[in-house]
Structures are given as C-alpha cells and as structure tokens.
Design a protein around this ligand. Structure first.
Ligand code: SIN
Length: 368
C-alpha cells in the first residue's frame, strides 16, 4: 500500500509539477491526486512495479508522524504544511503525513527522529521529558495567564532557550504549535473541589510535572500512551484524564466519561521537530522552503487551535444535552482558585536546573 501511495504521488507530481508552479496548478493537482487515488485501487502490481522504477520519484521524502486525528489543530496544520511545502518546493519534497499513531506512539517518535527513520514530528512538550526536561515547564498548572502570555513566552527569550536545548540534543527545533488548555474528566466522581480527585486514577502523559500535579490533590497518576486512553477509560483501568476539548472530542473520550469539568488548568502544545540528518541533506533553497512553509503552518495552526477547541466543545455539549450521559461542570472563580492553590504549590519541586529551573519559571511568569 505504501509503495502504491508513493507511486501515485510521484506520478502526479512529475506529470503536473514544473518550475513555474502556481496555486491554480496545485489545486488542479490535488483533484488529479484524488483521481489517482481511485485509480490506484485498481492498479495491478505489474503496473505499479513499472512506475516505481521509471524515475518519477521526488528528490526527498519527508515522513511526518503524529498521534492525534487529522481533524485536530495539529492534524490539520500538518496537512497544511504538506501542501505548502510540496507547492513551494515544486514537488522536490514529497511530504507524507501519518496521523493517529500509525507510525510511532508518543515518546517513541523522538528516537525515530534521531535515527532519521521519520523526518518530522510534533510531540507534546511532556514527551521530551527524558531528553529536555525543561520543556515540561509548559505542563506547570496555571502558569499562563492566557494565550497572549503563552505566545509571548514561546516567541520570546524563553522559547529561544528551549529550542536551543533541543538543538543541542541533535534535533532541529522548528516551531511551537498550540492545542489549547486542558479540562478534567472522570467516570467515578464529579470533579468540583480538588479533594474530589483523591484516590482517582488519572491518565497522564510522561511528565514528572503532571505526576506531581495529580499527587498534589491525592490522586493516582498513571502514565499511558495517548493511543491507549480510550480503551483505558472504557475498561476502567483509569477513572479519568486531562486533555483539551479537541482531543477529548476527536478521540471520543467523552463517550466513556460521566463528568467533564471546565478547568483550563494546564496547557497542551507541541514542539515541531525535524531530523538533523534530513535537514543537513537539504540544499539551502529547500531549507528556506521548509522555514517558509512552517511559518505559514504555524500561523494557521494557532488560528485553528482556538477555532477547533471551541467548535468541538460545542459538539461535546450537544452530545451531553442529547444523551444525558455526560455532565459538564462549570466552576466558579472561587472553585477555580481552590484548584490553583492546590496544584500550584508543586512549582518549587521543579526549581532545580536538572528539571526545569527556577530562573526559567520566573522568567516565564514575568514575561509580558
Ligand atoms: C497530542 O495532542 O499530541 C497527544 C496529547 C496526549 O498524549 O494527551
């Protein structure tokens, strides 16, 4: 199947791409791509083999692996990047996006990036824990005042320092992408006061900060890959989880939970990274194309993150109202304050330079 996909992509590119490549031609190409996708269903093995050896390949193949659905901010931005980079490079780079953990689960992708087995990924910050623990600063609960503060941090000196730490580990750090702020859900007990979390088992990403956050309220955190959360909730291996509305909606976690509390207590975002080996192979003009496509994809991603989290939350609310199987809980300012007090006390645990570092946390808080 993979061979056929490559063959059809290569055929379409060499047939329709040339140096004076325009958007109009690209749209035409996308239509052709659909036609070719249909054709490949009936294409026999012999025809595929002939085409595969006819020298129609792009100069570079870039596999982009991620764990969420296509219909998420990251999923859509990855597709946007695919289209723009293929367009800008005149088809010299063939971008192949693999969503929903089809290639690699969670942390495994970073090893694959270092080996150049896959060329791009956008793991959430928690998943860099073993190589750059400072990135888990983004997991600290109630750290960001709002999205403007968050973007000022990512686009400023803190963001540059964090990217620098990743670069030192032999991985090219391209851009920060958003998902949004996280909510809490449970099938065991409604989460209104922090004490309601006591004794409940919550799935977390592999982050020491998230572990400490749940310990702070007497809960029992369990690290688990994203791809296993739905079945974990369904089978009662875990009682609850924290995630953005977009991830809760697209992975259907709401179907296997009884309570969803709007807390916005923590942030979920990504660092888009590229294999250094792949980057170093690219000539300067194609590196410039990657940077330009990434800049545009990042602007688009930030817009989509807000839009999708809002629209997908509306769909969760619709499900709750229609099915009567999910209770959505909105907290008062005082109730949010109680959660903030309960979990923010973990910050000093991460003052050591071996974890995040006090300076970095203070610099983040003081970023205007
Ligand atoms: C993701 O958004 O990439 C997955 C986040 C998670 O593991 O919860």
């Amino acid at each position: 199947m993979a061979t056929k996909r490559l063959v059809s992509k290569n055929v379409e590119k060499k047939l329709f791409l040339h140096n004076t490549y325009t958007s109009f031609q690209y749209n035409f190409l996308k239509t052709k791509k659909q036609e070719l996708n249909m054709k490949r269903l009936v294409m026999g093995a012999v025809a595929a083999a002939v085409l595969a050896t006819s020298g129609l390949a792009a100069d570079y193949t870039l596999k982009f692996s991620h764990v969420v659905s296509d219909n998420t901010p990251k999923g859509k931005a990855a597709r946007f990047f695919e289209q723009r980079l293929e367009e800008l490079s005149g088809g010299k780079i063939d971008v192949q996006v693999y969503p929903s953990s089809q290639l690699y689960k969670d942390n495994a992708v970073l090893k694959a990036i270092r080996l150049d087995s896959v060329q791009m990924a956008a793991p959430s910050f928690s998943k860099f824990g073993k190589i750059v623990p400072q990135l888990s600063i983004f997991d600290l609960p109630f750290l960001f005042r709002d999205t403007n503060h968050l973007h000022a941090v990512q686009d400023g000196t803190v963001g540059e320092k964090l990217k620098g730490l990743v670069t030192k580990k032999g991985i090219v750090a391209l851009s920060f992408w958003d998902n949004g702020f996280k909510q809490l859900s449970s099938s065991k007990k409604a989460l209104i006061a922090p004490s309601d979390a006591k004794g409940q088992k919550f799935r977390i990403m592999s982050s020491k900060v998230l572990e400490a956050q749940f310990h702070a309220v007497g809960a029992n955190p369990q690290m688990m890959p994203f791809s296993e959360v739905y079945s974990g909730l369904q089978q009662g291996v875990i009682d609850g989880q924290e995630n953005t509305n977009s991830n809760i909606f697209t992975k259907k976690f709401y179907e296997v939970q009884k309570y969803l509390t709007v807390t916005n207590h923590g942030y979920l975002g990504y660092l888009v990274v590229m294999s250094k080996k792949f980057w170093n192979k690219l000539p300067a003009d194609l590196q410039a194309n990657v940077k330009q496509a990434m800049k545009e994809a990042t602007d688009e991603e930030r817009r989509l993150a807000q839009e999708l989290n809002d629209s997908q939350f509306a769909k969760i609310k619709e499900y709750a109202a229609k099915s009567g199987k999910l209770e959505i809980i909105n907290l008062s300012a005082d109730q949010i304050g109680a959660w903030r007090t309960a979990v923010s006390k973990i910050y000093p645990e991460f003052y050591s330079k071996k974890t995040i570092g006090e300076d970095l946390i203070k610099e983040t808080i003081n970023t205007k």
